[in-house]
Design a protein around this ligand. Structure first.
Ligand code: ME8
Length: 515
């Protein structure tokens, strides 16, 4: 039976429309999900919306609507965005669903039964934007006198009856866990940040609120609703049906949570502690990506300057947009995007390098080989070299994807495409056409085979374009998995190929078209 692989994105706050940061996280996680499926895994890929909390309530109030209506409206937008960016998620969870209420109350009961929840009174700082409690020492005063949390968002003083989770009691266990599992959090700088936070000491965590009711009721004390992060993190369990023996229960523990750098503490300290308390296995890995900026300017719903991911898909096409995001920015680091940067990648690497190589070699086959894949002769050293380089890509890609180094996989593939272009130029098949047609056939066969390998491997990044390219190579839909890259499998000579068409269009500026 296929090995299971369960991966998740963070669930987004639907207090506004999705922005490019949400699209980025979803696309990156989608690439890993598609990669694992092509590699033979039984994949469960989850995303969704995080609908409770004060931020949702306040936004709804400011719009004069009910929080449920706001959640519904924007959750629908998030699902539409997912479709528009080609997300292949297997489920979409909304934390207002009944299944999620049951799971959150169950994990609460387990933590309570373990003796890790007690009632007390909270007084301290809270950031609505981050939905986070901060210690006084983590806050600072801005010039205008407002107090700010560590991520620069305003904090307010909160004083109310509250249930607490005995987080402080987990400090040693969490340290021991992180020390024994150095790969649990990546990249390394995030791990270091978390270790130093852990070593600085933990305070018990306030996990319920009484001043509003937009949340999941605390079992047995309905005056309280759960702190939004207790319910939010539990979504990862809910979707498997863990507590109810659902059909996906065996997917727990998750293999990978993909999150942004502002929510590391929740996923690598609170979440493991809740699970330890409830006696549930911990996820295997948390990968933290950076933030995307529009030429260095932070985009967020609260700061403004939101760029609609759908507009970007519309402008550049889905696959170039997906490719750009994962090629341009080393996954795990912050990055910038701009019109110029997107067009440069699109036109050089996709249209010129990959697109032209396909177009030139396939047109030659079409014109000079009776539109059938030529029979190769004996391979020369140059043929063997490019076949070996492209043949090594699968293992390199697996290693990169298991470390979530999506950029490293793309860099490896791009360098093989460059090498294939050099090979094609050096072999001069257009000269061989007049001098040695058998040798020309071999060069065109080798080029087509390299294109097949590249197209199969790039499917997770650019599903639509790679499907087109594979069609042009007459590779059937049942011949496109990573299994087809192993065991010496190669293109079958003699197959008829369809008329070649451009797969990767150049981006042409509107004003240069006018001239
Ligand atoms: O944090 N660039 O929701 P959210 C890259 N509901 N990633 C970004 C980004 C940017 N400019 N802005 C946000 C939440 N993100 C919680 C999560 S999980 C149990 C609950 C990322 O809508 C952010 O880091 O504010 C997070 O991983 C995701 O988008 C959702 O952010």
């Amino acid at each position: 039976m296929a090995e299971r692989y369960y991966l998740t994105t963070a669930i987004s706050y639907p207090n506004g429309r999705p922005h490019i940061g949400h699209a980025y996280e979803l696309i990156a996680t989608d690439v890993i999900a598609r990669f694992k499926r092509l590699d033979g895994y039984d994949v469960f890929f989850l995303t969704g919306t995080d609908e409770h909390g004060i931020k949702m309530l306040q936004t709804a109030r400011s719009l004069g609507i009910e929080p449920g209506e706001l959640a519904q409206r924007n959750s629908d937008e998030f699902q539409r965005m997912g479709q528009a960016v080609g997300a292949s998620n297997d489920d979409f969870i909304r934390t207002t669903q009944e299944r999620h209420c049951r799971a959150s109350q169950e994990i609460w009961r387990r933590m309570e039964a373990a003796g890790d929840i007690y009632k007390g009174s909270y007084s301290g700082w809270y950031s609505v934007r981050d939905e986070a409690y901060y210690g006084e020492e983590e806050t600072r005063l801005a010039e205008d006198g407002t107090r700010l949390g560590p991520q620069g968002s305003p904090v307010e003083w909160v004083e109310e009856e509250s249930y607490f989770f005995r987080l402080a009691a987990f400090q040693e266990r969490l340290l021991a866990f992180h020390e024994a599992n150095p790969d649990f959090v990546a990249p390394a700088e995030r791990r270091n940040e978390i270790l130093s936070f852990l070593r600085s000491g933990l305070r018990d965590l306030s996990i319920s609120r009484t001043t509003f009711d937009w949340g999941i009721p605390v079992p047995g004390d309905e005056k309280h609703v759960m702190y939004v992060w207790v319910d939010a993190l539990t979504n990862y369990l809910t979707a498997t049906g863990y507590f109810e023996g659902g059909e996906r229960a065996a997917f727990w523990p998750a293999d990978l949570h993909v999150i942004g750098k502002d929510i590391v503490r929740f996923h690598t300290i609170y979440w493991p502690a809740f699970l330890m308390s409830a006696g549930i296995d911990l996820p295997k890995r948390v990968f933290v990506h950076g933030f995307l900026f529009n030429r260095g300017e932070k985009m967020s719903k609260s700061v403004g300057n939101v760029i609609d991911p759908l507009a970007l898909v519309e402008a550049y096409g889905l696959d170039p947009f997906r490719y750009f995001l994962l090629r341009e920015v080393p996954f795990g680091q912050d990055g910038n995007y701009s019109h110029e940067a997107i067009v440069a990648r699109m036109n050089s690497e996709l249209a010129n390098d990959l697109g032209n190589l396909a177009q030139r070699s396939l047109s030659m086959i079409n014109k000079n080989c009776g539109a059938r894949l030529p029979e190769p002769g004996e391979f020369t050293v140059a043929d063997e070299a490019i076949l070996a380089a492209s043949g090594a890509l699968l293992e390199r890609s697996r290693a990169a994807i298991d470390r979530q180094e999506l950029h490293a996989m793309l860099a490896a593939v791009v360098s093989v495409v460059s090498e294939a272009n050099r090979y094609f130029a050096a072999q001069e098949p257009w000269v061989l056409r007049k001098t040695d047609t058998a040798r020309m056939g071999t060069v065109l066969y080798v080029t087509a085979e390299v294109l097949r390998r590249v197209a199969i491997l790039l499917q997770p990044f650019m599903p639509g374009s790679c499907a087109k390219l594979l069609e042009l190579l007459a590779v059937g839909e049942d011949e496109r998995s990573f299994f087809d890259l192993a065991g010496g499998r190669m293109l079958a000579a003699g197959r008829p190929l369809p008329l070649p068409q451009g797969v990767f269009p150049r981006f042409v500026e509107a004003d240069s078209q006018a001239g």
